[in-house]
Design a protein around this ligand. Structure first.
Ligand code: ADP
Ligand code: MG
Length: 313
């Protein structure tokens, strides 16, 4: 029996409400298998498409002048945590009841502290929301103070910073829920980024990477395992090329070298490997498994997946 933080990738949730309702059933089956084996689970997940949808709906509606207020980005993030948690907790809850497992699931709306002087604030890099034509983009930039960039020839988009997670505001609540046997969903979409200002938590328009926040959760909760579930069964060297080579284990020093050699794409596999390195170095025996949702049990029993540790496994 192990305590594990499980970071769910985009494929565990789908993109629309209908897609998500279907996807979470599949996700629930895989997770219930782990719960049935006696593991203690803390779940986190991405929210790119969901927060994009919420943000876009509000932006369009507010622009149409029908009285819908502007919805700040942190509020959109909070809504996405609620909406995703709602589907996930119900799907897992149902699966557990069907198996006669007497456990319940709850979602914690989670805020994650970031540093006011994080260099990411000087260099916003994460595109969000709608695509605009140049003139519109300039208008938005002036009117709302948004930073806009040209996104791969598809138009102009707002960009927000992607700071590193420093601490999890609701960590005590999460720990308490775990102690009473609850399955906890938290830090959805990387958490709502906040800056501490005296007694205040100042929410900022930014996106924390969900793989990094999964690592922070695993560290803070002293988990045995960080499990990153994504669309691939294993991490590869020379991914997508002729000489592609799947890895079953990866030692931290080697992982660092591969990062420098550019084996892992920024914004997809790189943050997962960096999170794994950070977790391995945060305490003895801490391991990260990267695999697919379907293969998670096989991955935990060493049959597949890529395991990242300090020593060679
Ligand atoms: P998630 O929503 O799970 O975070 P991402 O698309 O961000 O999904 O990251 C996972 C993807 O990273 C994989 O589906 C794969 O296409 C890509 N990828 C990039 N480099 C590698 C690599 N070296 N090995 C395996 N997958 C890689
Ligand atoms: Mg990703």
């Amino acid at each position: 029996m192990a305590r594990m933080v499980i970071a769910l990738g985009g494929n565990a949730l789908g993109k629309t409400p209908a897609e998500q309702k279907k996807a979470v059933k599949n996700t629930a089956t895989a997770l219930a298998n782990l719960i049935e084996e006696g593991h203690e689970l803390i779940l986190t997940h991405g929210n790119g498409p969901q927060v994009g949808m919420i943000n876009l709906a509000f932006e369009n509606s507010a622009d149409n002048g029908d009285g819908t207020p502007e919805m700040p980005f942190p509020e959109c993030g909070a809504m996405s945590q609620g909406y995703i948690g709602f589907h996930l907790q119900n799907a897992i809850g149902e699966e557990l009841r069907e198996r006669g497992i007497n456990k319940t699931v709850s979602t914690v709306i989670t805020q994650v502290v970031v540093a006011y002087d994080d260099p990411a604030f000087q260099n916003p890099s994460k595109p969000i929301g709608n695509f605009y034509r140049r003139e519109e983009a300039e208008r938005y930039s002036r009117a709302k103070g948004y930073q806009m960039i040209e996104d791969a020839g598809r138009g102009y988009r707002r960009v927000v910073p992607s700071p590193l997670p420093v601490d999890i505001v609701e960590k005590k609540v999460i720990e308490t829920l775990l102690k009473i046997g609850e399955i906890v969903i938290s830090c959805g979409g990387g958490g709502i980024p906040v800056i501490r200002q005296g007694n205040k938590l100042l929410a900022v328009s930014a996106v924390i990477d969900k793989d990094y926040v999964g690592e922070k959760l695993a560290e803070v909760l002293a988990a045995d395992f960080l499990v990153i579930l994504t669309a691939v069964e294993r991490v590869a060297l020379n991914y997508g090329q002729k000489d592609q080579q799947w890895l079953s284990s990866l030692e931290v020093a080697t992982a660092k070298r591969y990062c420098e050699e550019g084996h892992f794409a920024a914004g997809s596999m790189l943050p997962k490997i960096k999170a794994a390195i950070e977790f391995a170095e945060s305490g003895p025996g801490r391991k990260t498994l990267i695999t697919s949702l379907e293969k998670v049990q096989d991955g935990l029993s060493g049959k597949t997946g890529t395991v990242i540790t300090v020593e060679t496994g």
